[in-house]
Design a protein around this ligand. Structure first.
Ligand code: PEP
Ligand code: MG
Length: 765
């Protein structure tokens, strides 16, 4: 509860307290004093209005530590001398996680870090809020009291609103001098280490991915006009959402309807609207009000630690972002492209594959994300686009400005920000060297991939967009082993109609000429999302209602796609592959659907393909235990090792913490593949591997040792894999792998590396 100071303890309504603070902040900012004077003034005023014995401002330094920049209540000698290491103490936690910390007994908290020089031992309760702007934490604003108490929601709101104003003034330079700590961290050369997601080296300039709309004007001079803006924007937002509700795709009843209904109710929620209006009446602009209400509601929701509230929070974040876009006069959907530099290095906290596809690929050089793993779909898409990409680049977003020069070294996993001239020149050399090596691979272009002892291996290419098709000739691949059709769907604004799909598949086949193409039917779900196809939110989408499961439950979309493929393949061989098959009987149902489409087209006088092969992705481990039931029902199999390995090890491919924890070059996955290869031979079913492992030389060498003779990979991998095969003796690698599996060795990868070294096998990493 916020109360009056001094001898008048009567409670104040929070908006009044907020308004008082806002007015005083405005006065402080208008004063002549320097940056330090202003910060001192701010902490004094907050302490006064919030009746806090202590109010302090910590600001972030270049190395991520926090420096006490101003304090009312702590020992003055601690100011500018107390530093907290990155993540240290409750204040460090507030800064690292960007969350509000509200502790009645701070010193009892396990994260508490005691600093004797501050004299803070007599204070019990602590409330800390991040000072942040466009998701960048600049510092922390803290109040402390002697009495142990949990600060009220109103207190939290007042402090958060103040932090917003402080952040704005720090960044705009209104608190001149104090911003140095932040500015320095974003002006010097720096290297951030991450994990390579997609091979390559890129030099270019930073583009920050969808920086959230930055609210620049916080305080309004005319609340009535702001209320009007807010009301108009709310009306527009609601109309957009109602319109979304009318779409054919989502108009049928089902779980997705319930989810959407809840979202729509939120958009019409009177409580939300009231809070927004109150915040505007309290002196904020409509935009600032959206941000503040979002922050304070998020703090409350985070306290309710269950799935329901997490979903509500996501709804709230989505709605707030949309409302900010409407207020800024932009389309509620994110759009990109127009102002992209021609050598863009895209930097983001997180990115989905569809979002990456929003960008003009001809201008994209590199991608850096703070999360992401090599198996995630955004990595797959980056590879397909030939973009050097790095994941796990912790803190990168905070350390760059749009337009900074940057180098993405996706060979070592390093991101160089604002590199020196020497670094740029060294990297330019590296890029030239790689180009020369590429030339060497070019020289192998027309040579078939045959081992030294005469074993022919078919090297196919993975593709997903029509623009990938020229790579077929460039790389010298034998065909397309995996055409991920969902990528095209992700690019569209609406579900592509029959004629558009037919045209696309026809063009792909035309481009491929005599070479075979395997079309995989829609694999939507997991981290592949279609913006226009509302799906129910699921706790574990990778294991949820995706791919063949959707096809069998909602056959309309599947049948339309198959019809388009059958029409496109008229008169020639057509290969259709079904993703995420879990049981043999699913293929029976799928074939029945395909047969229906064949019958329909025949009835209407269309020419069918001369041959139709229906295969399955081998991605779900259950199939391993029913090979004799499954294999007779398919014409071919392609191992999706990305998914197979994630399900085999129960290790989420998109979660970098666990994705590379277990090695694919270890007995369990290798034995699984061996079992499959053996059974497939018995049933005379051809097997390909089309997951990421097929494009890595050491892994591909091992696959050949397991008996695989067909591999499908990103076009850039064809050269290195061919060079490996040309220097390999298949009989020897088979014996080596057999040995390794026999004795169940732990150091399988190392022993395979040794084998390659001893035998002179070319492993280009
Ligand atoms: C796989 O799972 O290995 C695969 C090739 O499919 P995707 O990566 O598209 O899931
Ligand atoms: Mg898969």
């Amino acid at each position: 509860m916020v109360t009056r100071r001094g001898d008048d303890p009567r409670p104040l309504p929070s908006e009044t307290a907020l308004r008082v603070i806002m007015r005083r902040l405005r006065e402080i900012m208008a004063d002549d004093g320097d940056g330090q004077d202003k910060l001192d003034g701010i902490v004094r005023q907050i302490a006064g209005v919030m009746v806090a014995e202590v109010c302090s401002i910590y600001l972030k330094r270049q190395d991520g530590s926090l420096e006490l920049f101003a304090s009312e209540g702590l020992n003055p000698s601690a100011v500018h001398s107390t530093r907290l290491k990155r993540g240290e103490g409750l204040v460090g936690k507030c800064s690292e996680l960007g969350v509000t910390v509200n502790e009645p007994e701070a010193s009892n908290h396990p994260a508490f870090s005691y600093r004797p020089e501050t004299g803070e031992e007599i204070y019990h309760s602590l409330l800390a809020v991040p000072i942040s702007r466009s998701s960048q934490v600049l510092g922390v604003l803290v109040v402390q009291n002697r009495t142990p108490k949990e600060y009220s929601d109103e207190d939290v709101e007042v402090l958060q609103a103040t932090a917003m104003v402080v952040a704005e003034n720090l960044v705009s330079g209104a608190v001149a001098g104090t911003g140095a700590a932040i500015e320095v961290s974003r002006s010097q050369p720096m290297v951030i280490e991450g994990e390579p997601l997609s091979d390559g080296i890129a030099l270019g300039h930073v583009v920050l991915h969808e920086p959230r709309i930055v609210v620049t004007k916080l305080l309004s001079d005319n609340p009535a006009a702001e209320i009007f803006r807010l009301d108009v924007a709310l009306e527009q937002l609601q109309a957009q959402i109602d319109e979304m509700f009318q779409q054919d795709e989502i108009s049928v009843a089902g779980e997705h309807r319930d989810v959407l209904e809840a979202y729509r109710m939120f958009a019409h929620d009177k409580g939300w609207q009231r809070r927004l209006r109150e915040a505007v009446e309290g002196g904020l602009t409509a935009d600032a009000a959206v941000e503040r209400v979002q922050n304070s509601m998020r703090t409350r929701m985070l306290r309710q630690n269950d799935a329901y509230w997490r979903e509500r929070q996501r709804d709230l974040d989505d709605l707030s972002d949309r409302l900010l876009r409407v207020l800024a006069g932009r389309s509620a959907r994110v759009g990109h492209g127009a102002n992209l530099p021609s050598d863009a290095i895209l930097i983001a906290r997180t990115m989905g594959p569809a979002e990456l596809l929003d960008y003009d690929r001809s201008k994209l050089r590199g991608l850096v994300v703070e999360d992401g793993s090599a198996q995630s779909h955004v990595a797959v898409v980056a590879k397909a686009l030939g973009i050097a990409a790095i994941g796990q680049a912790t803190g990168v977003v905070e350390r760059v400005n749009s337009g900074d020069a940057a180098i993405v070294d996706a060979v070592t996993g390093e991101v160089h920000l604002r590199p020196s001239a020497e670094v740029i020149s060294a990297y330019s050399d590296k890029v030239r060297f790689r180009a020369r090596r590429q030339k060497r691979y070019q020289a192998l272009h027309d040579r078939p991939a045959v081992t030294k002892d005469g074993v022919r291996v078919s090297l196919l290419m993975n593709a997903g967009l029509l623009v990938d098709m020229p790579h077929l000739a460039e790389s010298g691949a034998d065909g397309v082993g995996l055409y991920r059709t969902e990528l095209q769907f992700m690019l569209s604004d609406a579900f592509p109609r029959l004629d558009k799909q037919t045209q696309l598949y026809r063009s792909v086949l035309q481009e491929a000429g005599e070479r075979p193409v395997v079309f995989r039917t829609l694999d939507i779900g997991g981290d592949k999302v279609l913006p226009y196809l509302r799906q129910p939110k699921e706790e574990n989408p990778a294991m949820g209602w995706r791919a063949i499961r959707m096809a069998l439950d909602r056959p309309e979309l599947f049948r339309l796609q198959v019809r388009a493929m059958l029409k496109a393949g008229a008169g020639r061989q057509l290969r259709i592959m079904i993703p995420m098959v879990t049981a043999g009987y699913e293929m029976v149902a799928i074939r029945a659907l395909i047969d229906r489409e064949k019958a329909f087209l025949t009835q209407h006088g269309h020419t069918l393909p001369s041959e139709i092969l229906v295969g399955a992705m081998f991605e779900v481990p259950s199939l391993l235990f029913d090979l004799d039931g499954f294999l007779p029902r398919v014409d071919f199999v392609s191992v999706g090792s990305n998914d197979l390995v994630q399900f085999l090890f129960a290790a989420d491919r998109t979660n970098a913490r666990v994705a590379s924890r277990f090695d694919v070059l270890s007995p369990p996955p290798l034995r699984a593949l061996k079992t499959l290869v053996k059974a497939a031979k018995k049933h005379r079913v051809p097997v390909t591997v089309c997951g990421e492992i097929a494009g890595r030389p050491l892994e591909a060498m091992t696959l050949i040792g397991l008996g695989l003779r067909s591999l499908s990979m990103a076009p850039a991998s064809i050269g290195p894999i061919k060079a490996m095969i040309l220097s390999l003796n298949a009989e020897n690698v088979t014996a080596c792998v057999e040995d390794l599996l026999k004795d169940g060795a732990k150091d399988v990868r190392m022993r395979l590396q040794q084998f390659a070294e001893n035998e002179g096998v070319e492993i280009d990493t």
